[in-house]
Design a protein around this ligand. Sequence first.
Ligand code: NDP
Ligand code: ZN
Length: 353
Amino acid sequence: MRAITITRDGTGPELRERPLPSPDEGEVLVRTLRVGVDGTDREVVAGEHGDLPAGEDDLVLGHEAVGVVADANGTALPEGTVVAPTVRRPPNGTNEYFERGEPDMAPEGEYLERGIVGAHGYMAEYFTSPPEYLVALPRALAEWGFLVEQASITEKALSTAYASRSTFTWEPESALVLGNGSLGLLSLAMLDDRVERTYCLGRRERPDPTIDFIEDLGATYVDSRTTPVPEIPKTYEGMDLVYEATGYAKHAFETIETLAPNGVGALVGVPGDWTFEVDGGRLHRELVLHNKALVGTVNSNRDHFERAVETLSSLPEGVLDALVTHVVPPEEYDRAFADDDTALKTAIEFDTL
Ligand code: NDP
Ligand code: ZN
């Protein structure tokens, strides 16, 4: 079968022939439909993040997938079920985080991530998995099912943020998404239903397809070059909720200043090291005197996947179609990994339902 891989000697991505995987006892065989590409995949390709499976020479890429069960292999998951796989797997059998159904809370070393850290991903015509790591989707969502993983990141971030505001009456009316990458744009669409006024921050000139997407949703585009994050309350309004998805480290601190009293900022960006000055006293005081919270969250678990399926199913028609601008066949994988400002979200299509 065809698979998109990187190799230990640093070559790739490339399209290679690999043997068809055969499901072990308790596993099913999944025929891959589509696999999304995001910034993490590009970091893995660049050698900045992740690792190959121990003792192997290549890594099958891809962690955002949708497929259809091709061989139930004696399990209870029926053939023909459309599924999205979760990402984390236990490194040695199992551990307490996986037993609790909270692999997303496992510290480094206590998990592998398929397509990223130490385990093959889903960019291949077929993959195998135990059914407990596969979340069933309605067939109507099959084309967009590769977005469930990304949406699950936002479900977890939002539920963590809301939980931090659950000790008092909190009815957020305004939300700001920092970042107009694929995660930011999908999250903006997911927030539309939860708050009255939404904003999304980028650093691009018009005309730009991300700005069109933002405005078609009815959200306000904020250009960080003309309105830096700390000035947003003066120019627009203080935000009840901020969802940071730029990975731009200063935004973590500037979020405190753009929050309205009693607001919460959910941080999901993953920056590299960067030393800079902040007025720690002012930010500390802001957090305390205005009951603000910042939460950092990573990865997601099965519950978040299930919620993501519901949220994606309930989005207004056309939103996902507008977000997924590029769907390419496996032979054109280099287009999927290219840095392309006309692409909002790209998927590689291995097969159709
Ligand atoms: P992208 O790199 O595609 O998106 C980041 C966006 O932020 C880009 O569109 C970029 O604009 C914009 N941006 C960066 N800096 C600024 C700035 N100073 N002002 C305005 N806009 C800015 O990444 P993704 O959407 O895939 O992911 C977002 C972040 O979330 C990344 O850091 C990623 O690593 C992280 N992530 C975290 C996960 C978790 O579990 N916590 C899971 C998945 C991703 P431009 O394109 O114009 O440069
Ligand atoms: Zn991802």
